[in-house]
Design a protein around this ligand. Structure first.
Ligand SMILES: C[S@@+](CC[C@H](N)C(=O)[O-])C[C@H]1O[C@@H](n2cnc3c(N)ncnc32)[C@H](O)[C@@H]1O
Length: 255
């Protein structure tokens, strides 16, 4: 087992490090650097990070729920429809505990969908949920784990149907792949279509605001009609790297 993998981030501007024992680390690292948007890469990643560990352990990219809960939980308000389930998507959930933690902690009823392109990650999450069921604060809350390609959200969600999309490292992965902005811009477009006008997309990222905000604003403008408001707040510094929460809030929802 090897202790450390380093990844070169987009445009070589930053290096971020995650600590986790990974077998055959050098070839996996190379694969991740080249192909962070590929299902096969992530299947391999989750297979190798889970193999040889006797019990399931959530893998957290950057940080876990406790670091970001203050950005997420205040958004969970039912407004004038207290019995309606808020629909939340953890997009590219991997094996993170973020989605299950939102499900557990939300005082308002939520339907949390933890979705990932990797069937390996989804199966690990489903198996873990069967073994260790989480009890939600709201008895009507629901959680599910699904295999889904977020470039095709329109196949799964009608427009104006999601209240919150959380993305911890997923857009980063797409932006850092060979295809770079094309896939990430498509995902942003799909998110804006799927979100309710009262909804939000939160992207947790280590990318500097001078790069990500310009990209977000440009991508939003290219969709026409000033489709969304964009903003950023600092999450904090972890292992010497500053992390951010990027907000994207639709202004108009296309039907
Ligand atoms: C950097 S990891 C972050 C995982 C998780 N959100 C976390 O915080 O630990 C990026 C995740 O995005 C997933 N992913 C990559 N491309 C995807 C796509 N097109 N659709 C859905 N998930 C995707 C990967 O399988 C991986 O789990």
């Amino acid at each position: 087992m090897f202790p450390l993998t380093k990844l070169l981030a987009r445009t070589g501007r930053q290096i971020f490090i995650f600590t986790r024992s990974v077998r055959h680390h050098s070839s996996l690292t190379a694969e991740l650097i080249e192909n962070m948007d590929k299902k096969s890469t992530w299947d391999r990643f989750y297979t190798e990070t889970s193999t040889g560990t006797p019990t399931f352990k959530n893998f957290e990219w950057f940080f876990g729920f406790s670091s970001v809960q203050d950005f997420i939980m205040p958004l969970l308000q039912t407004g004038s429809h207290p019995d309606t389930l808020l629909h939340i998507l953890d997009m590219g959930c991997g094996t993170s505990a973020l989605g299950p933690s939102i499900y557990r902690e939300s005082a308002v009823p939520v339907r949390v969908t933890c979705a990932d392109i990797s069937p390996v990650a989804v199966r690990l999450m489903q198996d873990h949920a069967k073994v260790k069921a989480v009890r939600p604060r709201s008895p009507s809350s629901q959680i599910q784990f699904v295999e889904l390609d977020c470039t095709q959200l329109d196949k799964h969600y009608s427009s104006n149907s999601l209240d919150l999309i959380v993305d911890k490292g997923t857009t980063d992965a797409l932006l850092r792949s060979k295809e770079e902005e094309g896939k990430a811009a498509l995902v942003l477009k799909q998110c804006l279509r799927a979100l309710r006008s009262s909804g939000s997309l939160l992207q947790f990222s280590d990318e500097d605001p001078d790069v990500r905000l310009v990209w977000l604003e440009t991508a939003v403008q290219e969709q026409g009609g000033g489709a969304a408001d964009v903003g950023v707040q600092e999450v904090g510094v972890l292992r010497g790297v500053c992390y951010y929460c990027y907000y994207v809030t639709p202004k108009h929802v296309k039907q």
